[in-house]
Design a protein around this ligand. Sequence first.
Ligand SMILES: [Zn+2]
Ligand SMILES: [Zn+2]
Length: 255
Amino acid sequence: MAVKEPWVEYFFVGILQMRCSVVTDVATGDTVIIDGGAEPERIIDWVHSFSGQGPDWTNGPRSAEEMQKASIPNRTVVALLNTHAHFDHSGHIPDLKKAYDVDWYLHPDDTYLQTLAQSSALRYGFEVPEPAVADVSLQAGEKLTVGSLEFDVHHTPGHTLGGCCLRLMVEGGPDHLFVGDTLFAGSVGRTDLPDTGGDFTVLAHSIHTELWPLAPETIVYPGHGPLTTIGHEKETNPFVGDQAGSGVYTIGKYS
Ligand SMILES: [Zn+2]
Ligand SMILES: [Zn+2]
């Protein structure tokens, strides 16, 4: 069932300032963490007790008192979801799995990439734990129900083989679409990263077939940088939008 009142928070975490999103159903308190790649303590402290630095953006309460006033049940983390397996998005999943005894969801085509998290992180000069193994496979086209939250899973390879966009179904809309590094405001994900299966033609095809048909007002949460909407990107994105030229821009940005 579509959620009536979604409470969305995001945190720019880690050296690559990756967007980790926390989504709560205000009616039930059921919560998922999308792309828990870094700064696990910061996320856990906030979700659990509103302590610490908190999110960079929220449309929900900013304290336990506000939560009580709004009669929101205590939050329960019901799942960890990932858009793809690059280490900035998944490196600290093992720490979140320790804190929350819940399943971690990833598309199976990113399983190999996930095994490289430690070596990829080392290239940027820091360490992440022994990589987690996904508990549940995301399936292309499935309706994924986790607690009281429902997502449509769009498999969108091109940045990585197993890249997925997760669309939170919202009653009366607009839906919230968590795209990882598939699409950015004014750009797309890099397709030149090693061991990843990046391919610009595949990426453009994924966006054209899976994302452009969505409602234009759908709110897009990219893995890096500002929010945007499907309609705005379809109209203006120089890589994949309606006005995109003959492949001048094909490198993309962010990893
Ligand atoms: Zn990224
Ligand atoms: Zn990436």
